[in-house]
Write a protein that binds this ligand. Structure first.
Ligand SMILES: [Zn+2]
Ligand SMILES: [Zn+2]
Length: 237
């Protein structure tokens, strides 16, 4: 059975930001999401799969998610994309670095500013940009609908969740630091908003199909159904 999608999650840096590599096994084109650090490991994984980077996307401008944007761009030449509402945060990365007591990483030029409803295309894949403010003003999530790679699969891959029926690609959501397994992103940092993050999650994420696999910016993966049913931050009282 031909592989439908290459997906590697690499926890990078001392805050263990999940960097995702999503590659098309047919065209060998990849999107890299949140290369926060450890760019050499990201490049090794890309080389192992013979992937060429087409897009470098940042879910938001927190220092642990953006530290490798410049280096990955310099090595691959791929454009760097981020939501416009986080550009201010990105330009003042030195403030985040000082707050954490670490040296500020080099910043990249942002080649394309993302907005709600944009479609990102690479290989045979197309992902929608969901603007999900709250953790930061410009936080985005990326949604790859079921069968994003088009061909119908007859087997489930190792990444598939057990509650997914055989033969179905349930779709994938890359949630940044907006939604975690059993938790949600903090809203007490620069530009954070508790009402906004709850609105984003309820209106844009929980409306996705239950089986959707969720890959948060930190920690383990989950599903939309699991979080709708059991995430303590999302139960209406
Ligand atoms: Zn964050
Ligand atoms: Zn983070």
């Amino acid at each position: 059975m031909a592989e439908q999608m290459i997906h590697e999650v690499l926890p990078v840096g001392w805050l263990q930001c999940n960097c995702s590599i999503v590659g098309d096994p047919e065209t060998r084109e990849a999107l890299v999401l949140d290369p926060g650090d450890d760019v050499n490991r990201v490049l090794e994984a890309l080389a192992r799969h013979s992937l060429t980077v087409r897009l470098i996307v940042s879910t938001h401008a927190h220092i642990d998610h953006v530290g490798g944007l410049r280096k990955l761009h310099e090595v691959t030449g791929a454009p760097v994309l981020m939501h416009g509402d986080d550009l201010g945060l990105y330009r003042h990365l030195d403030a985040q670095a000082a707050w954490l007591g670490v040296p500020p990483p080099a910043t990249a030029q942002i080649d394309q500013v993302l907005k709600e409803g944009d479609t990102l295309r690479w290989g045979r894949f197309a992902a929608s940009v969901l603007h999900t403010p709250g953790h930061t003003p410009g936080s985005v999530s990326l949604y790859l609908p079921p069968d994003a790679g088009k061909l119908v699969t007859s087997s489930v891959g190792p990444q598939s969740h057990s509650n997914v029926g055989a033969g179905a690609d349930p779709g994938k959501l890359f949630a940044g630091d907006t939604l975690f397994a059993g938790s949600i992103g903090r809203t007490d940092l620069w530009g954070g908003s508790a009402p906004d993050i709850l609105r984003s999650i309820h209106e844009k994420l929980l409306t996705l199909p239950d089986g959707t696999l969720v890959y948060p910016g930190h920690g383990s993966s989950t599903t939309i159904g699991e979080e709708r049913a059991a995430n303590p931050f999302l139960q209406s009282g």
